[in-house]
Design a protein around this ligand. Structure first.
Ligand code: BGP
Length: 479
């Protein structure tokens, strides 16, 4: 095994965005209303995203940051030019479902919406950038939520497949990599943001969540089947909000608690990669008295249509204890965690753990032995624009350490990692907070938390740094 100081040939370096936080143009080009259009910034955001506060009951003066976002809708050429300049090999982005099917129920797609993405794919392909498309990234037509209660109803699977068919047929021969659902496990933690679920009074929320999970897993399997029928070269991936749970102490109860918390994430990939419900989930549901409504043939569908690669986001590891009083809490990517005293934290309280990335890569690779793809990682923090420049050495430091951990996983542990797209390569709206000030990009966008700003773009210091990493296939990380 090679330990040379660069990454495998053809390693896919790039960046990632998603329509709901980046694209804007929410009422342009025939687009229908989407889930993100009703998620406000400010104090009610969290409860709306958790499905506990109905968006219809929000005050009139709310700011909805996803509606304009950073207006990729009108800046796509300029932004992709920056990606070309940085030497991207891959660009991960999502398609807004309601731009293609405004209500989700039309017989034919909205041509204007489709044309918007066609020109993007054309520009990427013409410039040697591999598109990696997320079909559903915290996004769906609002109509499907209002009419069917979202993914609780199997009719939404049909709507999703109609949408998938249009994408797979339109981009045949141009796009290779697809992700069926962004962070599919997030639906357990943020049911509205993750899957459009608003809870009704007195319902068994766990039952609803697992039923919705089943429908998304079936939709993902059917999409995988459809993709292969249309183009056998298509590579389909699942996508997890990953980051291993560590036990808070060596107390076996803490160790067991970490094992159970990790299962809540692995449940999804176990189904999507291995093709069946793991026994620990079957037993858990049985113990909770939950029966999932399945149709005859569902189990075969899951078994026969597993994914080709496993993609995931990694921002940090997580920490847990069996003792509810133990430790101190800190923020993290939605899923609750305790503060790990061995780690530094970002100004938003997110922990920084490059070795945790290597641990997470190993956990996934040992479990599945399939190609892995890191499709989100990065430091969300404040930047200061001074004389048109941003000196983001802190971001470079974060990224450098995580990339070195990836290199260790590849060259010392034998992990098969095929690519890396850092999150929010152009600054965009934060999913958890709705803020603009929590920035991840190599490109600064002049937009503020209150929605003001010129939307003008500026290269940050990390822009040149990342360009060099890509140009040297990682060798510059060792200089
Ligand atoms: C993931 C999402 C992204 C993204 C990222 C960073 O959960 O897939 O959409 O936003 O986290 O989180 P945040 O925006 O809250 O900083």
């Amino acid at each position: 095994m090679s330990t040379k100081k660069c990454f495998p040939n053809n390693f896919l370096w790039g960046g990632a965005t998603a329509a709901n936080q980046y694209e804007g143009g929410y009422n342009k080009g025939g687009k229908g209303k989407a889930l993100v259009d009703v998620i406000p910034a400010g104090e009610n955001r969290r409860e709306v995203m958790e499905g506990k506060f109905h968006y219809r009951d929000l005050p009139n003066d709310c700011l909805y940051p996803g509606r304009e976002a950073v207006d990729f809708y009108h800046h796509w050429e300029e932004d992709i030019d920056y990606m070309i300049e940085m030497g991207f090999k891959v660009y991960r982005f999502s398609i807004s479902w309601s731009r293609i099917f405004p209500t989700g129920e039309e017989e034919t797609p909205n041509q204007e919406g489709l044309d918007f993405y066609k020109q993007i794919v054309r520009k990427l392909v013409d410039n040697g950038i591999e598109p990696l498309i997320t079909i559903c990234h915290f996004d769906m037509p609002l109509h499907l939520i209002e009419k069917y209660g979202s993914w609780r109803d199997r009719k939404v699977i049909d709507a999703y497949l109609r949408y998938c068919r249009v994408l797979f047929e339109t981009f045949k021969g141009k796009v290779r990599y697809w992700i069926t659902f962004n962070e599919i496990n997030m639906l357990l933690h943020m049911p509205f943001m993750g899957a459009g679920i608003m809870f009704r009074p007195d319902e068994d929320q766990e039952k609803v969540k697992y039923q919705v999970a089943h429908h998304e897993l079936i939709a993902s399997a059917l999409a995988t089947k459809l993709a292969k029928e249309i183009d056998s070269d298509y590579q389909i991936g699942c996508m997890l909000a990953a980051g291993q749970f560590y036990p808070y102490s060596s107390d076996p109860r803490d160790v067991f608690d970490a094992l159970e918390k990790n299962r809540a994430t692995f449940f999804f990939s176990d189904v999507q990669v291995r093709g069946h419900y793991p026994d620990y989930t079957k037993q858990k549901l049985d113990n909770l008295g939950i029966t999932i409504d399945m149709l005859p043939g569902d189990e075969e569908l899951l078994q026969e249509n597993t994914v080709d690669f496993i993609s995931f986001s990694y921002y940090a590891s997580r920490l847990t204890s069996a003792d509810p009083e133990a430790g101190e809490k800190t923020a993290g990517n939605v899923i609750p965690t305790l503060r790990n005293p061995h780690l530094e934290i970002s100004p938003w309280g997110w922990q920084i753990d490059p070795l945790g990335l290597r641990i997470t890569l190993n956990a996934l690779y040992e479990r599945y032995e399939k190609p892995l793809f890191i499709v989100e990682n990065g430091l969300g923090t404040k930047d200061e624009l001074v004389d048109g420049k941003v000196n983001d050495d802190y971001r470079i430091d974060y990224l450098q350490k995580h990339m070195l951990a990836m290199h260790d996983a590849i060259t010392k542990d034998g992990v098969r990692l095929i690519g890396y797209t850092s999150w929010g390569c152009v600054d965009l709206v934060s999913a958890s907070t709705g803020q603009m000030s929590k920035r991840y990009g190599y490109i600064y966008v002049d937009k503020n938390d209150d929605g003001s700003g010129t939307l003008k773009r500026y290269r940050k210091k990390s822009f040149d740094w990342y360009s060099r990493v890509i140009a040297t296939n990682g060798a510059s990380l060792f200089e």
